[in-house]
Ligand binder design. Structure first.
Ligand code: GLU
Length: 428
């Protein structure tokens, strides 16, 4: 999305093709898995606050549901494209399969910029999105959730519209709902915490004490904020974060070499994760260009913003000191950059593993909705840690055993599971 010539779907297909070759997949299975099974494109008319009608474009792409109902978030973004949503839906299929939860992969989006929309207008977009797709989602078909610039309130509006249309309560239709309205404790923290569970395990493998490490984080939204929180609890030091500046339409990096203070930064951040530059400078942060998070002298890089961030153009800026990259975002590293990262022996924790905590907790949310009985936060987070650690261990073990890069190992596990499900069902 950051670069209009970048096609995320082509990248997702290239990543898949590499593994399809490795697994010698037959052409039928290959054709099925390298494309979404279904996709929906629709218009959402909204009466705006100034009484004009504006039509927003919405999407839902269902990549594969052989292992269970489709699952994946909905993004609101002004630069959203169908190819990005296609890629994200495919990555959801691999993500659910990597951590072995019984769900398939989907993704949705609306081309809009919530920065410029009132709450009422956002509610109408959410309800309009559901009205267009209400027959093709549901707890046993396809289950949306939050993603970039969507949150628990958006999910509740969507659920309310769905339940109004279907005339009954179906809390398992949407996850990431508010607490008390079918949401799971721990869901807000889950993606960021999950990233750090995998970093903790990678540090164990490498024999590094987290307390001796520092990290640079790209992004300051939900994933980044909770990743920073848990990583700091493990004793790590975060030297910088980057965030989008809506007024200047570019991002900036905020650096404090002796460690950023999360609460202090949260106090000067808007609800989209935009940090106030003037106030940050007053608090002693160096305000640098948006891309400077990548060349900091740290042991760990956590890209937790958008896709297409570590590319052939900037991969060589990564410092020699970097030992681990943990992909909090979906698709932040291009295949070209991946090659350099592998050659340099940097331990890559790929997106489909590193950021699987969100969807894993979404799955737990569904389980709790089905029972209508809710777990404590500790219970939800303990189960999350177990599921993520077990996913990490299988990927790491396969990577060591077969001498495969971590991304390839994760894909081998996931693609095999999905291909087997398609075969067992008699689809291919
Ligand atoms: N949007 C998150 C992701 O990319 C979570 C999806 C979900 O909970 O279904 O993994």
């Amino acid at each position: 999305m950051s670069d209009s010539s970048f096609n995320a779907f082509e990248m997702a297909q290239a990543q898949f093709d590499r593994i399809a070759d490795l697994l010698e997949l037959d052409s039928g299975t290959r054709d099925l898995l390298r494309n979404p099974m279904r996709e929906y494109h629709f218009n959402i008319p909204v009466r705006m606050d100034d009484n004009t009608v504006k039509v927003f474009q919405g999407f839902r792409v269902q990549h594969n549901d052989a292992r269970g109902p489709g699952k994946g978030g909905i993004r609101f973004h002004p630069m959203e494209t169908i190819n990005t949503v296609r890629a994200l839906s495919m990555w959801m299929t691999w993500k659910c399969a990597t951590v072995d939860i019984p769900l398939g992969g989907s993704k949705g989006g609306v081309i809009c910029d919530p920065h410029n929309l009132s709450q009422r207008e956002q509610e109408l977009i959410c309800r309009g999105w559901v009205r267009q797709i209400a027959r093709d989602i549901g707890p046993l078909r396809d289950i949306p959730a939050p993603d970039i610039m969507t949150n628990a309130q958006h999910m509740l509006w969507m659920l309310d519209e769905y339940e109004t249309i279907h005339g009954a309560k179906f809390p398992g239709t949407i996850t990431g709902k508010p607490l008390g309205m079918g949401g799971s404790l721990g869901r807000t923290e889950a993606t960021g915490f999950g990233v750090v569970y995998t970093i903790r395990e990678a540090l164990k493998v490498l024999g590094i004490d987290p307390g001796t490490t520092s990290a640079a984080v790209q992004g300051f939204g939900n994933v980044a904020q909770y990743a920073i929180k848990l990583y700091q609890q493990l004793g790590g030091k975060v030297v910088c974060v980057s965030s989008w500046d809506q007024a200047e339409q570019t991002s900036f990096t905020f650096r404090k070499l002796d460690g950023i203070n999360l609460d202090e930064l949260l106090g000067i951040t808007n609800r989209f994760g935009g940090i106030n530059k003037t106030k940050a400078a007053e608090l002693g942060y160096d305000v640098l260009n948006g891309d400077e998070w990548i060349d900091q002298d740290v042991e760990i890089l956590i890209p937790a913003a958008l896709e297409n961030q570590i590319t052939g153009d900037n991969v060589n800026r990564i410092a020699n000191q970097v030992k681990i990259i943990a992909e909090g975002a979906n698709g932040p590293t291009t295949p070209e950059a991946d090659e350099v990262i592998n050659e340099r022996g940097i331990y890559m924790i790929p997106d489909t593993l590193a950021n699987a905590g969100g969807v894993t907790c979404s799955y737990f949310e569904q389980v709790q909705c089905n029972m209508n009985y809710y777990w404590s936060k500790e219970e939800a987070l303990t189960k999350l840690d177990q599921q993520m650690t077990s996913g990490f261990t299988s990927v790491n073990d396969l990577s060591r055993k077969k001498k495969l890069p971590m991304r390839d190992a994760a894909y081998v596990i996931a693609v095999n599971r999905v291909a087997n499900a398609c075969r067992d069902r008699g689809w291919v």
